[in-house]
Design a protein. Structure first.
Length: 170
């Protein structure tokens, strides 16, 4: 039996205390990464544009990941087998299929010309995967997202996301 991601995230007492503080309306701008990341991945916390953290108790409304557990609208039928309960259950082994999935995800979630911080990218990808860091690395490897040389930000791939369908960067 699979445990609800929110329950797993709250099993740690420090994360539970952080979540409780947010539910009670305490304004928290910075929190220890080890406490925050699992709460973000489980959908229990979101970060506003100004960096303020907000509780999302609605994550408990429906069991499973993402409230409805339905496939995101951008997922075509031939990629649906890689999703479980609305989240990415497996990364495609075939490079072309992986590139297409990453490209479609990036086109759905990121706007051209806008710079995103690593945290913003990770928070977005965490809605689809329990390992957003790996998904972020794949996006860079397949040139779906470009990373600033100093690591300060990410952008939708400059060459056009559809170019990523070919193969990963060398």
């Amino acid at each position: 039996m699979e445990t609800h991601p929110a329950l797993e995230a709250l099993a740690d007492p420090a994360r539970l205390r952080l979540f409780a503080r947010l539910v009670l309306g305490e304004r928290i701008e910075n929190a220890p990464r080890a406490q925050l990341v699992p709460l973000l991945h489980a959908g229990l916390v979101r970060r506003d544009g100004d960096g303020t953290l907000r509780a999302r108790p609605s994550a408990f409304r429906t069991p499973g990941a993402e409230a409805s557990g339905r496939l995101p609208a951008w997922v075509p039928p031939h990629l649906a087998g890689h999703f479980r309960a609305g989240r990415l259950g497996s990364v495609p082994a075939k490079q072309r299929t992986r590139a297409e999935l990453l490209t479609r995800l990036a086109e759905a979630e990121f706007r051209p010309g806008r710079a995103y911080t690593e945290d913003e990218v990770s928070e977005t990808l965490a809605r689809y995967s329990g390992d957003p860091s790996a998904l972020r690395r794949y996006c860079v490897e397949y040139r779906v997202l470009t990373r600033e040389r100093d690591g300060s930000g990410y952008r939708l791939g400059e060459a056009g996301p559809r170019a990523a369908y070919a193969s990963p960067a060398a």
